[in-house]
Structures are given as C-alpha cells and as structure tokens.
Design a protein around this ligand. Structure first.
Ligand SMILES: [Zn+2]
Length: 388
C-alpha cells in the first residue's frame, strides 16, 4: 500500500492564492533574511510536505529531543536536525532584532521572497553537539561539520508559509510528495521502492535496482537522486540526472520505473542520513526503501552496514530492503554479492567512483561490465564535476 505520510498527514504550507496575496501585501513591512542555500531547500521541502510532520524549522525543544532520543517530541523517529541558523553580518542584524511572533521574509538565491517564517523562538544552540550527535564527529574535514561550523550561532524556529515553489534547474523532474503520490496512483502502483543515490549509476547500482524490481512485493521503482547541494568533487546535478535518464531509457522497463530529483543538501550522516532519507521517501509515497552498503557515508566515518541496522532501532513504517555490496565478478562473469559469489574479492571489478572518474578523465572507457556505454557517454563530457 502507498503508506501514509510520516505522522499520518501530508503537511502543506504552500499558500493558496488568496492567502499568498495577503502575505505578499505584508512583505514590505517584514524583515528579510538570506537563509543560505541549505535552508532555502529545506524551507521549500517543509512547505511541500517532504519533511512531514515538520511544519517549520525546529525549535529548541524539538532539537533537544532529536539530539537526545532520535525522535520528535511526539515520539516519531527523526534523525537529522532541520535548523535555520543563518550566518553573515546582514543576517546577524535581523536575528538580533527578531522577536517571537514576527513574520520574516525568506529570500531565495535571486533575492526574491519565497517563504515567510513565523518566528516562534530564537535560541542559541551548541553546534559541536549537533555535529557530534548527528555526524558522529567534530572533524572539520567532514563536509557537513564544516557547514555547521560556518553556520550562525542562533537558530530561528517556527512554521513556514511557502509563497511559491523554487525555480530549480531540475525543472519538471523535481516532484512534490503530492505529485509523486498522484503519479503512483495513476499508474496503479501500490508498493513502490525508493532508490536513494547521489552518484551516476554504474552496473552495481543497476543490479540493486534489478534485484528490487524482481521482488514480487514491489510494483515499481522510484529513483530519486539527491542533487541539491553536494560536495566538491561530486558530479554536477544535471550530469547525475542525465546519466540516470540514459540508464532508465535504455535499460529499465518504462512502465515500472520513475525518475525524479530531490533538491536538498546532502547530509553525509551515514545511518542517520539513511533514516532521514527513508522518512522523506515515505512522504513521497514509497513503501520500500533500498539500503545498500555505506549509504550516505563519506570517508570512513561510518560502519558500512550501520545504515542497515538503524531501521531496526527506529521502525518508521517503510520497509527497508537491505542489500550487501554488489559487484561484477570476473570468475562468475556476472553481477553478484557475497551471498551469491564464492570467489575472492580480487576477482571483482573495482566500482569506486574515484577510479571511474579517473579512467574517464584519461579518455579510457571503463568496461561495459562496470559502466553502460550510454552512461559513460554522459560522464565523458567536459566539466562534469563540482569544483566548489
Ligand atoms: Zn564470483
């Protein structure tokens, strides 16, 4: 069945036309805040219900509850703090003068108001504690820890009124939860498995998708790469999407696979990120969630299978599909996992993205056992990586 959203109800803070007109007429009297790209994405996703049951940025009670128990104050599992803590001198002035009850206009990257924060509480918070609890480290080499260290020291909690959706480069691929749910219903899909990713697909990814499509309890696959803000050295969002479009077009049955983008900032929090990303996919209407090896990890901060175990500790009403590491084995001449292949690890093709990137950069096409030629063609284009 298409599951109910986390908390039972899909949040919608996108204002209706008359409400928006009323809000927009008040904008001139409001303070204006530059939330920063991460919070811009978060504010929109809150407004569209992707983070249901959150209706706004977290207040102190909610943050403390998430940090100390991994749950919201109403006991629902929730693993990642969603905070509005803008930095910078202009923002500091706004934060200093803001009072509970104020309405504050949030500006998008082109300085246009796109949402209004109903300030409920402003509060100092411990950035080190947030880093340690969420990411398990305070190492500034961790990309999200570095972000936290650069964030403001005071957080603004309160509900969001979304004036309009963001104008994103992902265009029509960027669905809202109500749109994906409607699309699943139109197609008659009840059990949809979500595939989380942030890298272009190689054959080990495709194999996971195929294993999932073979299950009799899965009607369809929802491939939804996170493409909002990634880290330096990752592929550019449009490249990831082009690579997936090539895979889906040439190798997946079009009546059982849907591709969409998810523009949010990637939290490389290993198991906690996996849980958060699964909650988001439940809100998009998915009943199953694929968890491979080292999901949402970075460096060597996380046990590669911790993301499998967290779903036992925090059942969230989406069925995790846990898979071992998938690979191409030369001796088997096939895709496999440890469960199906008896050969030593030296027989496996190296699926490291770093290795694939390097080969492509040197003009060498990785073997088709590793990368589909249609995907390789996308990745061979110049300037495919993020430089900052
Ligand atoms: Zn083998």
């Amino acid at each position: 069945m298409i599951p109910r959203p986390h908390g039972g109800r899909l949040v919608s803070r996108l204002l209706s036309d008359p409400d928006r007109a009323r809000r927009e007429a008040e904008l001139d009297d409001m303070m204006r805040l530059h939330p920063g790209v991460d919070a811009i994405y978060d504010a929109e996703k809150i407004g569209l219900g992707a983070y249901s049951p959150l209706e706004g940025f977290m207040n102190r009670t909610t943050l403390d509850s998430v940090l100390s128990t991994g749950r919201l104050p109403n006991e629902l599992p929730w693993s990642i703090p969603i905070l509005l803590a803008p930095a910078g001198r202009e923002n500091d002035k706004v934060v200093a003068s803001a009072r509970a009850g104020d309405s504050i206009a949030l500006l998008d990257a082109s300085e246009r108001p796109f949402a209004v924060l109903q300030l409920e509480e402003k509060f100092p918070y411990d950035r080190t504690a947030v880093a340690r609890t969420t990411y398990g480290t305070t190492d500034p080499a961790h990309p999200n820890v570095a972000d936290l260290q650069a964030a403001g020291e005071v957080a603004l909690g309160g509900r969001i009124d979304l004036l309009r959706r963001l104008d994103l480069p992902t265009g029509p691929l960027e669905l809202s939860p109500s749109e994906s749910r409607a699309a699943f219903e139109r197609r008659g899909w009840k059990n949809v498995a979500a595939y989380q990713c942030r890298n272009p697909p190689h054959t080990a990814h495709e194999y996971l998708q195929r294993l999932t499509l073979e299950r009799e309890d899965v009607d369809a696959l929802f491939i939804q790469p996170v493409v909002g803000r990634l880290k330096k050295g990752d592929y550019r969002p449009e490249i990831i999407l082009q690579a997936y479009e090539a895979l889906v077009r040439h190798y997946h049955p079009s009546d059982r696979v849907m591709l969409a983008s998810l523009s949010i900032t990637m939290r490389y929090a290993g198991p906690k990120a996996a849980l958060f990303l699964a909650i988001v996919r439940k809100n998009f209407g998915c009943s199953h969630y694929i968890v491979g090896r080292d999901q949402a990890g970075v460096g060597t901060y996380y046990d590669p299978y911790a993301a499998h175990r967290i779903f036992d500790e925090y059942p969230i009403g989406i069925q995790p599909l846990r898979y071992e590491e998938t690979f191409y084995c030369r001796s088997c001449g096939w895709m496999a996992t440890k469960k199906t292949c008896p050969h030593p690890a030296t027989d496996r093709l190296d699926t490291s993205q770093t290795r694939i990137r390097k080969a492509l950069a040197e003009g060498i096409d990785p073997p088709t056992e590793l990368l589909r030629p249609e995907v390789a063609k996308v990745l061979r284009q110049p300037n495919v990586l993020l430089e900052s």
